[in-house]
Design a binder for this molecule. Sequence first.
Ligand code: PEP
Ligand code: MG
Length: 582
Amino acid sequence: MAKERILKGIAVSKGISQGTVFVYETKEIKVVQTPVPSMYLKGEIERFLDALEKTKQELTNIKERINKEIGADFAQFLDAQILMLRDREIIETVKKRIKSEEMNAEYVYHRVLDEYARKLGASKDQYLRERVADIWDVGTRVLRNLLDMTHASVIDVPKGSVLVAHDISPSVAALINPDNVLGIAIEVGGRTSHTAITARALEIPAVVGVEGLLARIENGERVILDGNRGILIKNPTPGRNQFYKGEIRKEVEYQKMLSPFCELPAKTRDGRQLDISANIEFFVEYTHAKKYGAMGIGLFRTEFLYLTRRGNPSEEEQFRVYNELAKKMEPDPVIIRTYDLGGDKIFSDYHEANPFLGWRAMRVSLDDLDFFKIQLRAILRASVNRNIRIMYPMISTFEEIKKAKIIFNEVKKELKKEKVDFDDHIQVGIMVETPSAALMSSHFAAHVDFFSIGSNDLTQYVLAVDRGNERVSHLFDHFHPAVLRLIKQVIDAGHKAHIWVGLCGELAADPLAIPLLIGFGIDELSMSPVAIPKAKMVLRALTVQECEEIAAKALKFRGAVEVKKFLRRAIRKKFPGIEGIK
Ligand code: PEP
Ligand code: MG
């Protein structure tokens, strides 16, 4: 019997799964040129037409699934791709050339596609230029079908799989089917990389940063993925299998124990009310927010709207999503964050040496005002429901707040002129997630309606640790006193200016952080929906005074290790043996 092997990584999404490895490879396709004898040319053309048909069927199935799970707006790019498959000009050219050149279908098709893509790429029309990626997406699928290659896309992963890859971009991760994918293991990444966030949103157990993963694992192997401990086990021994059976049973019981907390108010033992809201990436996640007892949406990461459909969603498309979300959540508030593109959420061909320090979030919006205005118009129009708030990501200077305000007022004026109704008193806030914004928060507070602290980016920028880099992930720690002191400073600055302050980074979902943040005086915590019941359980067992004492002590330590040791001890006293509070 093969020896058991334990591959270590970073635990990023809780849960345990047992399944069959599906290696997702982004390997390039090799197209070779093969002459075809004239008697077989008819068959070659048929082979090409069959591959087109098979591809159409695949895309239609994917479209139906996305329609159902993510929403019709996200499936629109597939309509465009299906249309491309029917392009008469391409089909006729390929057929003609197979005959005249007497060459194999994949070779001819690849060349025709290449010529077509080059033509589009050189076009003056931005929309046409953006279609080049679609052309290759569809074309690659057809080529894989011609070559009888599997694993064309992450969307095709069969039921019962543990998805294994070197890396998965957030836009690819967004297309994962949670019914089929039981677990995710990738070679790169850190806890707060956006792929990890997406795995948590989809409630799929995940381990990232597993060094040498692809060299050590094979397609079709049976594995256990432990998202609590951050390990992947190949060839598990019978004893190990037995152990995990018990773990899965315990997990179910634990969830059962937590479930009553979904319904209970988020109040400390001495009656202080805290707003616990949900972070969502996709519209349909509002159902998770409601199921787990969120009191609103504290962060809607709208960039996924963009990433899952490729290219700019129109004002109308955005309006429909925001409006629908506002209605579903009524009367609870919905904070819509304007696009946070860039960083690890790649959206253009523009390559940067340091994307997290580059053209990201508000920097993109304020450089492309038409793009920004379309989003603001859509959000404002949806604000007729009176429960929408706007939030700007990655603010680092006062000028950005000022400029955003000017544009925002212009958009409001336009809408008034057009007699379009909107919420004239809509709250406009900023994310505090750069060291400069945190340090200047007492000045910024006078110009906004709220702060939401982005502890993921704040930690990354304060500690100079790339949040997605597994090599330095041991240095990424939001309990570092430098981060905690800044968080406290931002909360104090906000309160002094009489605005509310929330926190929507992953720290909000960490039970160890809850007494600390309550002690600092936080007003709102926004987290993955699934984390809400545990957060409520923890905060309902505490009093504000206890939290203040814990917070005051925690600020005195020199390093994250000491802080966590202290917090663990403090919280264990309340919840002896509690899982997840390790
Ligand atoms: C953060 O940085 O903490 C945050 C909530 O935003 P994101 O994770 O989307 O960058
Ligand atoms: Mg951020």
